[in-house]
Write a protein that binds this ligand. Structure first.
Ligand SMILES: [Cu+2]
Length: 151
């Protein structure tokens, strides 16, 4: 019996640690690069891990941001353009990354009490009804993506 209980414990620990293994999608590594000009929108990045079934991210809200849009970047005749995404597919088990030069969240009207280092609470709402609250890290204007600076 001793061997069995150890095996069960190991399984439980793995389930708790494995990213994206849950029923619901996960939101990881949320971060916002604050714009240099207070009335210009800031860009937000994050990684989504799909849950057990296909889902769609419908919206992102924050109590300290007037409006958050999801944008998709594309090269158009040598120019980087972006267009709003109404929703974002998050297939089961998939990893969807919003990163610089790709898709991103656009944050309009961030509360001016938010400064680099202050967290921004963000609520991700999915078509399945899942709601995931995370706190995005903030970066000063012009700093490089935090993901590549982690050590
Ligand atoms: Cu944008």
């Amino acid at each position: 019996m001793r061997r069995l209980s150890i095996a069960l414990l190991a399984c439980a620990a793995l389930a708790a640690c494995s990213p994206g293994g849950g029923d619901r999608p996960l939101v990881e590594d949320a971060r916002v690069r604050l714009s240099a000009v207070s009335d210009a929108p800031s860009a937000g990045y994050f990684t989504l891990k799909g849950g057990k079934s296909d889902d769609r991210l419908l919206r992102i809200d924050s109590a300290v941001v007037e409006k958050i849009e999801m944008h998709e970047s594309a090269m158009d005749g040598g120019m980087m353009t972006m267009r709003p995404l109404k929703e974002l597919a998050v297939p089961a088990g998939a990893t969807v990354t919003f990163a610089p030069a790709g898709s991103h969240a656009m944050l309009f009207g961030i509360d001016n009490r938010i400064t680099p280092g202050t967290g921004i609470p963000m609520l991700f709402t999915f078509a399945s009804g899942a709601k995931i609250q995370v706190e995005a890290k903030t970066m000063a204007p012009g700093t490089h993506d935090m993901g590549s600076m982690e050590h």
